[in-house]
Design a binder for this molecule. Sequence first.
Ligand code: PRX
Length: 631
Amino acid sequence: MERNISNFDEYKKEYAKSISNPEQFWEEKAANFTWKKKWDKVLSWDFTKPEIKWFEGGELNITENCLDRHLEKRGEQTAIKWIANKPNEQSRNLSYKELHSEVCEFANVLKNNGAKKGDRICLYMPMVPELAIAVLACARIGAIHSVVFAGFSAKSLSDRINDATCNILITADGGFRGAKITPLKDISDEAMKSTPSIEKCIVLERTKSRISMQSGRDIWWKEEIKKVNADCPIEIMDAEDPLFILYTSGSTGKPKGIQHSTAGYMIYTEYSFRNVFQYNEGDIYWCTADIGWITGHSYIVYGPLLAGATTMMFEGVPSYPNAGRFWKIVEENKVNIFYTAPTAIRALEAKGLDFVKPYDLSSLKVLGTVGEPINEDAWHWYDKEIGNGNCPIVDTWWQTETGGIMISNLAGVTPSKPTFATLPLPGIQPCLVDEKGEEIKGNSVEGRLCMKFPWPSMARTIYGDHKRFKETYFSTFKNKYFTGDGALRDENGMYRITGRVDDVLIVSGHNLGTAEIESAMDEHENVCETAIVGFPHPIKGNGVYAYVICHNTPKNEDALKKEINDLVTKNVGPIAKADKIQFVSGLPKTRSGKIMRRILRKIAEGDTQNLGDTSTLLDPAVVEEIKSSAQ
Ligand code: PRX
C-alpha cells in the first residue's frame, strides 16, 4: 500500500505540487497501478466542450487492480465482510481470493448470456455480496453497470433501463430491509413490461419469496453459476472507456445518467479513500451507504478494494431490530473506520443513549459523514458519544458527478472544524463565484461553489445527452464546473457547504429533483399544478413540502393527500413522499410565469414575515392566502 499523507505540512506540500504540476502529480499516483499499456498523455481538457481525458492511450482493467493485483500478497485477507439484515443470520467473509473467483464466475455467466464490452447492464439488488460481485463482473468484461437503488419504484427502474437501453437486468427475488421484504422481482416484472431492450433477467435467490419467472427471459443466478468456471481473463479497456452510469436527480423531471470512466476514477477513488480515512493495513472499514448510491460505488466497492482494504457491507437498516444496531455491529466486528450520513446520526441521536451505552466502541479510530451538511448538534453528539472525543470526524463533501471526495479534512492529519468540510484534497481546485461568475477571492467570503480545473474522477458526460451535461455543469459559469452548491470560505480558507442553490433537494442525504416529484403529483386527475420546496426537518435535514392546486376542491383532504403520495411512491419511490401537503388556489408567480420558490420556501420554513422582494409578483394576494393557510 502506498504511504498516506501523514501531517499537515505534508498535505500542504502535496497540495502545492498538485496545483503547480497536476500532470506529474497524478502520473506518480497512476504508476502504482497495473496497466496493460502505459498512457500517452496524462491530461487533455476543454471545459467549453466539455471534454476531459485522463491517461489517454493507457489500457487496463479496474478489476485487475481491485482483485488480481492483491492475490499474491493478500489472497487470504478478507476483502468484503458482509453483515446480514437479521441479527442472527450468519455473516459472510469473502477473502480477496474468493471474491476474485466469484467475480470471474459471474463474469462468465454474463458472457454466456450474451453480454459484451460496452453493453449496459442494470443492477437492481439488495445489499448482498452478490451486488458487489455483479458490479465487478460487469467491469471485468467491460460492460457498463447501472446500479439502481433498490428503493426505487418500477417506473423509476424502467425509465433508467430505457434511458441506457440495458440488455440485461440483474435482480433478486426480494430484499430484506429491517422487518420488511422488498419484492424486487415483482417490481422488476412491472418495470420490464415497458423495457423492450431487456433480453435477460438474472435472478438471485435471497428471500425465497414466491415469484414468477418468464421462460426464455428470466434465469436463476444459482443455475447459471453451475455452468461456468472461475477462469475469466480481463477485458482490456481504454483509460477513458466508460466504467459505469449512475442516475442522479436534476432540475428537470428526467434523471441524469452520470457517466464515469475507468482510469481516472480508479486512481482518484483509491487515493482519496486512503488519505481521507487514513486507512492502514489491517483496519476494518465500514461505510453504511447503499451501493445504489455513489458513496457505495466509490467507498464500499472500488476505493477500498483498490487499496486492498477490508470493506464491510451491511444489508439492513440502522433501526432494526433497534437503534443500537450500528453500534452492536461496530462492537462485534471491531470496526476502526465508520462512515455514515448525518440523517442516520440525527435519527439515532433522537433515540437516546440507551442504545449506545451498552456497546464497546473503543475500536473506532476515525468517523466520517457524507451526503448533506451536518448540523453542529449532530456533529458534537457523534464526536462525544460515538467517538468518545478522540476520533477525528471527516466531513466529506462530494457528489455523484465528482466520483470521489473533493473537500474534506484528512482524518487526524489536517484540521477539522464542526460543520465545515474544510480543505480541498490535493488535485482539487475549488473556487467561489458571484452571480455573474466572477471569482470571489480572499477569505471570509460566500458564493457559489465551482471547480476551475479537472480532476481524474470527474464525470465525463450524461449518458446520451452531452448537451445537457454541458448546460447543467459548464454553462452557468464560463470555464468552470458548477457544483450547484453554495459555500462559504472562512478566515482560514476552510469551506463550509451551505446547501443547494438549484432545484435539487437533499432529503435524508438523497438527491431528489423537485421537478420529478412535481410531475409524479401532477399525474393525479384532480391535481392541476404543484410546487415542491424543502423545509428544515429535524431528522431528514430537509423535508418535502408540496403546494398543490386542485381542479376541484377536495372533499376529503386527507384521502387526497394519501393518493398524491401514493403516486410519488409509485413514480419516484417512498423516499420522495411529501411530509406536508398544502392545498392552495394559486402559486406566487412572476409576470413571466416563473414560480417564486424563494417565497414558498420561506413560508414552508414558517417564516412568513421576511418574504423579501415581492414586487415582481403577478398576484400578491396569492401569497396572503398561502400564508394564512400554511401548516
Ligand atoms: O449538496 C451537496 C450534498 O449532496 C450533494 C450531492 O449529492 P449526491 O450526488 O447524491 O452525492 C451524495 C454523496 C456524495 C452535494 O451537491 N453534500 C454531499 N456531501 C456533503 C453535502 N453537503 C454538505 N456537506 C457534505 N459533506
